[in-house]
Design a protein around this ligand. Structure first.
Ligand code: ATP
Length: 331
């Protein structure tokens, strides 16, 4: 197996010290001529500050005497190409460094669909305060914001619908081995390759701003010791560029949201077994400190997970529930 990015010659303790919270400093560094030089493969004068910034951005580097150079300088996104492909479909906002694309998308006022993309998030968000970790320029961190004519309460199953749509879109691009882990993690060969976080803000009782945040591992992924689960990257199964994956992701989000608003989860419930990573398999559900084990038998029309346990059929809503293959199987 190839080396995951976050294992790069740093002790976990050292990674903890990286100034990830100093967003302003990091954003300014990302706009500096020193950073531009590093991205072109040039070596720069080594300093403690430079090392801290580069480490905070998750970039592997090496030292040659007084000089620091990136091991593999990332290529930044071709946003002009992406904007051209989207046409008038969605406004695309691009930043090198942000705290969270979801936070920005929630904050900004907007008219149509808007997309916020960054090369690096200093505080990438996951469900229930969990974190999304991704180094500068290797993967995709984007959020699509739209205002829909629905109440917050009616959007309960949206995240399953978006996850389903992303699996469909990647399979349509012939990415082999893609499946979905309830409620909405996209897996490649059984390992997490994309995560989705939906956040909502009610505009009126029947109108809601919806922000769909997606992190996709394209060029690298964090080590299991860092994130507590196995991850992988799309690049191992496909040569699709980051720009193309961004395009199909944005389109899949728009399409899936429209389908969900018109038809709810019905079309997905019928077809869930086509995408389900653990259909009829033994699984563990992690609910806080508790664990429920049983056979995964699918979802119901509310998008709840159905587990056949020793006490009978039980259903679970998303809440703070994490699904895992049964201990001893694939983790
Ligand atoms: P779980 O994956 O535990 O079921 P979740 O679906 O709520 O939880 P997300 O909100 O999608 O998870 O993402 C946060 C979790 O994803 C983190 O707790 C971590 O385990 C994992 N993670 C963080 N960064 C990455 C990454 N780049 N690739 C894969 N997994 C990641």
């Amino acid at each position: 197996m190839e080396e995951p990015i976050n294992t790069a010659k740093q002790s976990p303790a050292k990674r903890q010290q990286a100034p990830l919270d100093q967003l302003g400093d990091l954003a300014a560094f990302a706009e500096s001529s020193t950073f531009s030089a590093l991205l072109t493969g040039s070596a720069c004068q080594r300093s403690a500050a430079l090392e801290r910034y580069v480490e905070a951005l998750g970039l592997r580097h090496y030292i040659e005497g007084d000089l620091l150079r990136l091991t593999t300088p990332p290529t930044e996104l071709d946003i002009t190409w992406l904007r051209g492909q989207m046409g008038a479909g969605a406004e695309i906002h691009y930043d090198r460094v942000v705290d969270s694309t979801n936070r920005i998308a929630l904050e900004r006022s907007m008219t149509g669909t808007s997309c916020f993309i960054a090369e690096f998030q200093s505080g990438g968000r996951g469900r229930s305060g969990r974190k999304w970790i991704s180094p500068y320029g290797d993967n995709l961190s984007l959020s699509v914001a739209m205002v829909v004519d629905c109440s917050v309460a009616s959007l309960g199953g949206l995240s399953l619908a978006i996850g389903f749509g992303m699996v469909e879109a990647l399979r349509a691009q012939k990415v082999e081995g893609i499946s979905l882990k309830w409620p909405n993690d996209v897996l490649l060969s059984g390992k997490k390759t994309a995560g989705i976080l939906i956040e909502v803000d009610p505009v009126t009782a029947h109108r809601t701003k919806v922000v769909v945040g997606v992190g996709v591992n394209v060029g690298s992924f964090p080590h299991v010791d860092v994130i507590g689960q196995q991850a992988t990257r799309i690049g191992l199964a496909s040569t699709l560029s980051r720009e193309t994956i961004a395009l199909i992701t944005i389109r899949a989000i728009e399409r899936s949201a429209k389908r969900f608003i018109l038809q709810g989860l019905s079309p997905i419930v019928e077809r869930w077994r086509e995408v389900d990573a653990y259909q009829n398999q033994e699984v563990d559900l992690l609910i806080g400190e508790d664990r429920v084990s049983g056979t995964n038998v699918g979802i119901n029309h509310a998008g709840h997970l159905l587990i056949e346990t020793t006490s009978g059929l039980e259903e679970f809503s998303m809440g703070d529930v994490s699904l895992r293959p049964s201990v001893g199987e694939s983790e």
